[in-house]
Design a binder for this molecule. Structure first.
Ligand code: SF4
Length: 219
C-alpha cells in the first residue's frame, strides 16, 4: 500500500498519525452511529474526541486503520468529513429544550446541513445558530452567525475566535431557514471569489466594505 497517497477523510496530525471527523448535524448522533462507533473503537483501539464544533474526531489512526474505520463508519451510516466545505453549523438546543430560548434552532441546523454543507470553500467559513442573544453556540463569534430574538434572528458577520478574537457585526434580521440559506450561499460565493487561503469573513468585510456586503446579501 502506498502511504503517500492522500485518503479522503484522513487528516495527518502533528505526531504523524491520522485523524478523521464524523459530522453530527445539530450535535445529534443516532443510535446506529453510536453502535458502529463503539464497534470501530473496540476493534481498532483508537481515541474518541468530542470537538468544540460538535463533531466526533477519531485520533491515533494510521492509513490502514483509517481506511478500515471509514469503511465501517460509512457502512453504519456515519457521515465522515472528506473535504473543505461549509459542513455542519454549530447549533445550541434552542426551543423547546432551553428555558431561555426565544427561537427553535434545529430547523435552521437541519436546513443548512441538508442544503449547504457541501459547498466548497477555500479557507474556514464557520456558521452557527443560537436560540437567544446568549449565543451559547458562539453565533456572535463566527463568520456567519444567526442569533434568536423575540421575532426572528439577528444575522452577525465577521466574528472569529483565535488569539485576537472579534465579535461579529450585526447586519440585519431574518426569520426562516431558507433566508439563512440564501445568505450563506451568497456569502460563500463572494468569499470564494475574493478571499485567499487563511483569511476570514472579517477580511472580506474590510476589503469590500460592510454596506456593499449588506447589499449583496439583500439587506
Ligand atoms: S443560546 Fe440561548 S437558547 Fe441557546 S442554549 Fe444558550 S441560553 Fe439556550
Amino acid at each position: 500500500m502506498d502511504n503517500t497517497i492522500p485518503i479522503p477523510g484522513l487528516v495527518i496530525q502533528g505526531d504523524g498519525s491520522y485523524a478523521l471527523t464524523i459530522e453530527c448535524p445539530n450535535g445529534i448522533i443516532t443510535p446506529e452511529v453510536i453502535d458502529t462507533l463503539s464497534r470501530v473503537v473496540k476493534e481498532l483501539g483508537i481515541t474518541v474526541h468530542i470537538t468544540t464544533a460538535q463533531k466526533i474526531m477519531l485520533l491515533g489512526l494510521d492509513q490502514k486503520t483509517g481506511r478500515r474505520a471509514i469503511e465501517l463508519l460509512e457502512e453504519g451510516g456515519a457521515g465522515v468529513r472528506k473535504a473543505r466545505d461549509i459542513s455542519q453549523p454549530r447549533v445550541c438546543v434552542g426551543k423547546p429544550y432551553c428555558k431561555l430560548a426565544l427561537q427553535k434552532t434545529f430547523p435552521f441546523g437541519e436546513y443548512i446541513y441538508k442544503e449547504l454543507a457541501r459547498i466548497p470553500i477555500p479557507p474556514k467559513l464557520k456558521v452557527a445558530v443560537a436560540g437567544c442573544p446568549a449565543c451559547c453556540s458562539w453565533a456572535n463569534m463566527v463568520d456567519i452567525g444567526f442569533s434568536g430574538r423575540k421575532s426572528g434572528f439577528v444575522v452577525m458577520l465577521g466574528g472569529h475566535g483565535g488569539s485576537r478574537p472579534k465579535e461579529g457585526c450585526e447586519v440585519g434580521r431574518i426569520s426562516s431557514p431558507e433566508e439563512a440559506g440564501e445568505i450563506i450561499k451568497r456569502l460563500a460565493a463572494m468569499f470564494s471569489r475574493h478571499v485567499k487561503i487563511k483569511s476570514r469573513m472579517d477580511r472580506l468585510m474590510e476589503k469590500i466594505g460592510i454596506e456593499e456586503l449588506k447589499r449583496a446579501i439583500g439587506f
